[in-house]
Write a protein that binds this ligand. Structure first.
Ligand code: SF4
Length: 355
């Protein structure tokens, strides 16, 4: 009884809430504790096959296998930086043969897993490989939860933090991502606290507005990268639909309604967005918002010709924000050695297949 050959047409068990699984067990005339046993196999032992669930009667395992798919994603390719405690990037094969990526980043006593929410992406941001590859489909809730389970299985432990910064725009696949967050957050399952989960967006305003109403303590991160509309529209075409002023107002309201601090990601690109005037403008537009800025000198990527500014320019940009009392940190992008811009490993795998 192997999980992998089962068709994707069966609902994925990782897409069910604990309550939904309990209901299925009830329909199969099973006592309530069976759902708890299965939940533990899924999220404490990261089972990949029904046959592993030895404390379940064989008949129940067979009945479950006919109703639900345990078809979990599988790591098909792995890249790690040299050294101990370094970034690892996995190419994950989905049950329908498509691929997504995830990156495991150990830093400061944490293990952060960067997961995907879509296969490809519609938004075509300037320095992102996923956008260049185009959009294929949304991931289902069960596939997103499955990505975390696959990582936990390979790591032998549940990652301490989760960021939706892989392939795809999470707020463009809102319902599936939020349902996945609630399952990942389940105290009897993976039990990853909402504050350890970050949803990163290129600026989908309706998604930010919906997220404010969820009552979840997740972290919100905005890819900003520019302090004026003209430049931001060049770097992130989504800005033409959701311009900077509207985005910042949505963020201000979000921070007010949730009491949460918003992180703004600002990738520094030499000669493009790294001048003292741009730093002052960034400080001015963020002043009304309960915000933190992450400055990230650009990692070299094949898709974009820009480069990181010299260290003194980066330092001066940071100093200007700090003098303006903006909470700002300098972050060195980890994973540059493992094709870490989202979509790169997948594209390399596809081009290898074409050879
Ligand atoms: S940065 Fe994110 S939103 Fe932009 S193209 Fe890449 S995956 Fe899509």
């Amino acid at each position: 009884m192997s999980a992998s050959p089962l068709p994707l047409s069966l609902p994925l068990i990782h897409g069910l809430t604990h309550a939904q699984l309990t209901e299925i067990c009830r329909e199969l005339d099973q006592p309530a504790y069976r759902a708890r046993q299965i939940w533990k196999w899924l999220y404490h032992r990261f089972a990949a096959d029904w046959s592993e669930m030895k404390n379940l009667p064989l008949g129940l395992r067979q009945a479950l296998a006919h109703r639900l798919s345990l078809a979990s994603a599988a790591v098909t390719r792995s890249q790690s930086e040299a050294g101990v405690g370094t970034t690892t990037k996995w190419l994950i094969a989905l049950a329908d043969g498509d691929w997504v990526e995830e990156v495991l980043i150990p830093a400061r006593g944490r293990t952060t897993l960067c997961v995907s929410s879509q296969v490809g992406c519609k938004f075509n941001c300037a320095f992102c490989a996923s956008g260049k590859a185009g959009f294929r489909r949304n991931l289902e809730t069960g596939e997103i939860v499955g990505l975390v389970v696959v990582a936990a299985r390979n790591l032998g432990a549940i990652p301490s933090n989760l960021v939706f910064m892989g392939m795809g725009e999470p707020l463009d696949n809102y319902d599936a991502v939020l349902a996945a967050v609630r399952i990942i957050n389940d105290a009897e399952g993976l039990s990853l606290g909402a504050r350890r989960i970050t949803i990163s967006t290129c600026g989908i305003i309706p998604g930010i507005q919906r997220l404010a109403q969820e009552g979840l303590q997740v972290e919100l991160s905005i890819s900003l990268h520019a302090s004026d509309d003209a430049l931001r529209s060049r770097l992130l075409p989504v800005n033409r639909k959701y311009p900077l002023g509207d985005l910042l107002e949505a963020c201000r309201i979000y921070a007010e309604q949730t009491g949460r601090l918003i992180t703004f990601e600002y990738t520094l690109i030499q000669g493009v967005n790294d001048s003292p005037e741009q730093a002052r403008e960034l400080a001015r537009i963020l002043r009304p918002i309960h915000a933190r800025v992450n400055l990230i000198p650009l990692s070299t990527v094949a898709e974009f010709e820009g480069r990181a500014p010299p260290a003194p320019v980066v330092r001066e940009f940071l100093n200007i924000l700090e003098r303006a009392r903006i909470n700002a940190t300098l972050r060195i992008s980890k994973g540059g050695g493992v094709d870490a811009a989202c979509g790169q490993l997948r594209r390399r795998h596809e081009s290898d297949l074409k050879l």
